[in-house]
Write a protein that binds this ligand. Structure first.
Ligand code: GLU
Length: 327
């Protein structure tokens, strides 16, 4: 029996040696190049719909990581956005996620749509830029305010989006529920197409502006942005403290002639505590060392800075990111 085993062992060793020799043929340099491949680190970045802002920024971040962190293979994936992205972090199908700071807070604390579904171990990498809740309609619908949406077909965001939560909360602040409207769960691109075709009357879009989906509608129709202001905005902010007041300046979109009062939340990048400190540090450093690339990807890129990267952070920072910000 021992003899047999020895023979097997020597065969194994011979095979192993042969394999090693073949692999070694290319010389030392090749061997060096092969090394990082052995432990390629896959980083899938969960973004949002293709007509939003997360998606182009996510693509830019994937490029930055691939270029700057040896051994990393980063990809950006189109998704239903914030809520879906948190679930992707939880089940391990994404390692980095774009999320709204309100949604990250609900997930980390088990409230709102995460009631009884608290997500443990969520960590922040960086706070990015304001995302404004833009309510868009066509001038020809005659809808001028939130109250005017009663009975109408309204796109409230994709299923699993943060937009959808914002739509519900804003309508509620105006005393309107989904029972009073015909809610449609559509991505920004679907909402834009349906609004242009007259299949829906208004759409909620929570994203940095200008948002591609709204630019697309405004290129063909006179749009109206419905304001969120006054007592209702105050009521909203009292109940959900992540909202802040902002103005969508005139001419953000074609033929939009006046400033529009609105509310905004903050976008951020989230990871989990399964990511080690070195990786979180490397990712944060690579992003903030290549902000020009984000600026090229979208106008909101200019609002992403190291100085503001902890503002509005609603969950604990990952220690690796924290180390970078302290430098
Ligand atoms: N904030 C949006 C959401 O989570 C997505 C924004 C975007 O895709 O740029 O619903």
């Amino acid at each position: 029996m021992f003899k047999n085993m020895r023979r097997w062992l020597s065969v194994l060793v011979a095979v192993f040696l042969a394999a090693a020799l073949t692999a070694g043929c290319g010389g030392k340099q090749d061997q060096k190049k092969e090394e990082p491949k052995a432990d390629k680190k896959f980083v899938n970045i969960a973004t949002g719909g293709t007509a939003g802002v997360y998606y182009p920024l996510g693509g830019a971040i994937a490029e930055i990581l691939n270029k700057n962190i040896p051994g990393v293979n980063a990809t950006a994936q189109s998704t239903g956005a914030s809520v879906a992205n948190i679930n992707a972090l939880k089940d391990g199908s994404a390692q980095v996620a774009f999320v709204q700071n309100d949604i990250a807070f609900y997930a980390a604390n088990g409230t709102e749509m995460f009631k009884d579904k608290k997500v443990d171990g969520l960590k922040g990498l960086a706070s990015l830029y304001p995302e404004t809740i833009q309510i868009v309609t066509l001038e020809k619908t005659g809808i001028k305010d939130v109250a005017g949406m009663k009975g109408k077909r309204v796109a409230v965001g994709a299923a699993g989006s943060g937009t959808e939560a914002n739509a519900r909360q804003i309508l509620e602040a105006y005393g309107i529920t989904y029972k009073d409207i015909k809610a449609q769960y559509l991505s920004f691109a679907e909402a834009a197409n349906n609004l242009k075709d007259g299949n829906i009357d208004a759409a909620f879009v929570t994203a940095g502006f200008p948002t591609a989906a709204i630019q697309d509608i405004a290129a063909q129709h006179k749009i109206v942005l419905i304001p969120v202001s006054g007592d209702s905005a105050d009521r909203l902010m009292k109940q959900y403290p992540f909202y802040t007041k902002v103005t969508i300046p005139a001419r953000t979109y074609t033929n939009q002639d006046t400033d529009v009062a609105a509310v905004a939340v903050q976008s951020m990048l989230a990871v989990t505590d399964k990511m080690d400190a070195q990786m979180a540090y490397d990712i944060t450093k690579a992003i903030f060392g290549n902000l020009d690339r984000l600026q090229a990807a979208h106008a909101v890129g200019k609002m992403i800075t190291k100085a503001s990267a902890r503002n509005g952070m609603s969950i604990p920072l990952h220690p690796g990111a924290e180390k970078f910000f302290k430098e």
